[in-house]
Design a protein around this ligand. Structure first.
Ligand SMILES: [Zn+2]
Ligand SMILES: [Zn+2]
Length: 448
């Protein structure tokens, strides 16, 4: 497995083994190039894992997470020349109030990504052991399909509230059920909830992890089952790899069997995290050792989702170290930095294009009570059609004065440009729609 986006260590998780550094060293040793550290989030007393109950209180669990974050950042730097490490967490959605806990955690820790998952239904752990699972099932009404329905409803809530960049073990609920291999399609009510959730994930650009832990737990297919992968694929959904390892023995485990599953599902490419977002790695799928970056990188998806943006940012960018682009909105907001001029030029030349949008973003501005939309990128300095078209789109709406754009003067063939407009959430979305449609017609650009 060349990369994994979900892991734990015994140093910071009561049901895992090994120190975090041992975990990282092992990932390097087996040739991984990208590895995400995603420790469980601290939870309130009622939601402690059984092994935490005697050893921790809420304060000590919060302190443990703090130590995890510090150590993970240290390791990220210390091994930067050997492996691309990312620091994140596994956000566990338990009930409505989870959103406040997770938002507070994200405000405190500027993580690189997080995995959105559900381990509890009706407040009871569903993957810990069979007695707990049965307890949750009893509350749901006593039948597996009833608990499954409740699980996917809770997951839907989690997805809507968090829009996690990576969705963890999508169908974990089957682990302790009477028949973990059963097709979900045999329960049409459950299946329609699965389709609803997948649609939502595809809609905001979330990534479903192919989580190999299902294999080490005795099931024949990773999470999610192949039939779910096929459905998500038809929706244009994207996938990545995760080992969900809880110690060195599990790092990269069962990779070959994960590859078997993705061939069966006919997934042709998977993505993995790079500093600017998720890159495409279709060669990894064919099982080759090396996997190089492919230019159709989707910029900054993770960063956007982490910052809670409702707009999935877009457009092909090169996966290279971040360099801020003037007029500087990217750097200013702490979002992902777009490619440098040289990188943009190379990309446009290669793709025979005269413009590229490197980023689209939107943020709710509470002071103005409006959503601010921004688009920026590069365009051919002599290609004035872009702004003519943009102006036409904007003036077709009622509030053209809300729109600002700028091109930075340059002696180069291409120039950085920047467009900004505001939208009142309660009024019509004509401006946003017109601009999005216009930008959508531009080659190589897709704003969703
Ligand atoms: Zn765990
Ligand atoms: Zn998990």
């Amino acid at each position: 497995m060349p990369f994994s986006h979900h892991s734990h260590s015994g140093e910071f998780c009561g049901h895992a083994v090994n120190t975090l550094e041992e975990v990282v060293l092992h990932a390097i040793k087996i040739g991984m190039t990208t590895f995400c550290m995603t420790e469980h989030i601290p939870r309130s007393r009622q939601d402690f894992y059984p092994e935490e109950e005697s050893k921790h209180d809420e304060a000590s669990l919060a302190k443990l997470f703090d130590s995890y974050y510090t150590e993970a950042r240290r390791l990220q730097k210390a091994y930067a020349d050997q492996i691309q490490l990312f620091v994140g967490f596994e956000s566990e959605w338990i009930r409505d109030s989870s959103v406040d806990q997770i938002r507070a955690l994200r405000a405190k820790y500027d993580v690189d990504l997080f995995v959105g998952s559900v381990h509890h239904v009706h407040g009871i752990p569903i993957d810990y052991d069979t007695p707990y699972y049965h307890k949750a099932r009893d509350v749901a009404g006593g039948k597996d399909d009833q608990l499954f329905g409740d699980y996917f409803d809770l997951q839907y809530q989690m997805l809507q509230q968090l829009k996690p960049p990576v969705v963890g073990h999508f169908d974990l609920i089957r682990l302790k059920s009477d028949d973990p291999e059963r097709s979900f399609k045999t329960w049409p009510g459950v299946w329609s909830k699965i389709e609803r959730n997948l649609n939502f994930i595809a809609g905001y650009g979330g990534i479903v992890e192919l989580n190999s832990s299902a294999l080490r737990k005795g099931m024949s297919e990773p999470y999610p089952q192949v039939e779910i992968c096929q459905t998500f694929l038809k929706m244009g959904g994207r996938f990545t790899f995760s080992d969900d390892s809880h110690g060195v023995d599990q790092i990269g485990a069962n990779y070959k069997r994960v590859l078997d599953a993705i061939r069966k599902a006919q997934i042709e490419s998977v993505v993995y995290l790079v500093p600017q977002g998720f890159a495409c790695a279709s060669e990894a799928v064919s099982g080759m050792v090396s996997h190089k970056l492919i230019l159709s990188t989707i910029a900054a998806l993770a960063t956007s989702a982490v910052h809670g943006s409702p707009v999935a940012p877009i457009s092909p960018i090169l996966s290279i170290p971040a360099v801020p682009l003037s007029p500087g909105a990217a750097a200013k907001d702490g979002h992902v930095a777009p490619p440098t001029y040289a990188q943009a030029e190379m990309w446009m030349d290669e793709h025979k294009m005269n413009s590229m949008v490197t980023y689209c973003d939107s943020d709710y501005r509470s002071k103005r009570m409006k959503t601010r939309f921004e688009i920026w990128g590069y365009l051919d300095r002599l290609n004035l059609n872009f702004f003519e078209g943009l102006a036409a789109a904007a003036t077709s709406c009622r509030h053209p004065e809300e729109i600002q754009w700028a091109v930075e003067p340059t002696n180069n063939e291409y120039a950085p440009f920047y467009v900004k407009w505001y939208q009142n959430p309660s009024s019509d979305d004509c401006t946003s729609q017109a601009i999005t449609d216009f930008v959508g017609t531009w080659p190589g650009v897709k704003c969703t």
